[in-house]
Design a binder for this molecule. Structure first.
Ligand SMILES: Nc1nc2c(ncn2[C@@H]2O[C@H](COP(=O)(O)OP(=O)(O)O)[C@@H](O)[C@H]2O)c(=O)[nH]1
Ligand SMILES: [Mg+2]
Length: 247
């Protein structure tokens, strides 16, 4: 097993040891940063084995439509107010500890999904737009991106190659295949040939960024295409995290 794939608990133990050794000997900011990371990981571990998945993307990419498609009728029912744009919105599958976890994440708006065993333990967040004109919305995106377990980056056929997204959010996750899924949404807006070209181009772009192991899913949040496949990917991530924390 490569060092990168070592279980999180082992890597945290190694980091704790390094911080203890550095204490009083090394006066560099990295020691303080490592101490903060250990505190964060410890607090999160005490909140159970839920898998926090965030839908991130640009304004109009379809995050909220996809959030509703995954969350089911009770959220998207007409008359239920759409998520406000500056604050993340959560749907929770299963009960255990999610409220304490969402308090810790500072996500106030919550829905509970009906029981669905494959996704039990999933906490899904609809994030603000990463490209919002409002600074506080962008800061909220970055705060939550740093805390979640899995990022589902929602791209659309126009802006899928946006360097701001790839350089800032996707490329830094190279080598961490388990924490990222890429969705090419609005696939219904392309004919079959253009859809294939767009997917091939996006795949090549991600491969060049070191993200060859990251799945790309073609989705239409509006028509429901690919949503079942996305649920399947999320079920895998939930099961993997449960297995890792059950050790
Ligand atoms: N054709 C099409 N339109 C979509 C799709 N997903 C979202 N939209 C539309 O795109 C617009 C923006 O969607 P929204 O979910 O609010 O995007 P957000 O800003 O990322 O939350 C809305 O008018 C949606 O109806 C899709 O898969 N196909
Ligand atoms: Mg939205």
């Amino acid at each position: 097993m490569s060092r990168r794939e070592a279980p999180l608990a082992d890597r945290l133990a190694a980091l704790r040891e390094a911080v203890e050794l550095a204490e009083g000997r090394l006066e560099v900011p990295e020691v303080g940063q490592a101490r903060a990371l250990l505190a964060k990981a410890g607090a999160r571990a005490a909140l159970g084995d839920a898998t926090v998945v965030a839908l991130a993307g640009a304004t109009g990419s379809g995050k909220s439509t996809l959030f509703n498609a995954l969350s089911g009728a009770e959220v998207s029912r007409p008359g239920v107010r759409r998520p406000t744009t500056g604050v993340a919105h959560a749907t929770v599958w299963g009960e255990d500890g999610a409220d304490r976890l969402l308090d810790w994440l500072e996500v106030p708006r919550r829905h509970r999904h009906q029981p669905e065993p494959a996704l039990d333990g999933l906490v899904l967040l609809d994030l603000p737009d990463h490209d919002s004109v409002k600074l506080e919305h962008r800061l909220e995106v970055d705060r939550l991106v740093a805390l979640v377990d899995v990022l589902v980056w929602v791209l659309d056929p126009e802006k899928y190659a946006d360097a701001a997204v790839h350089d800032r959010y996707l490329a830094p996750l190279a080598g961490h295949a388990g924490v990222l899924l890429v969705v090419l949404n609005q696939i219904d807006r392309l004919d079959a040939v253009s859809a294939k070209e767009c997917l091939t181009d996006l795949r090549a772009l991600l491969d060049r960024e070191g993200l060859a192991a990251t799945p790309v899913l073609a989705v239409s949040a509006r028509a429901g295409t690919g949503v079942a496949e996305l649920r399947g990917e999320l079920a895998h991530r939930v099961a993997a995290r449960r297995a890792a924390t059950d050790r």
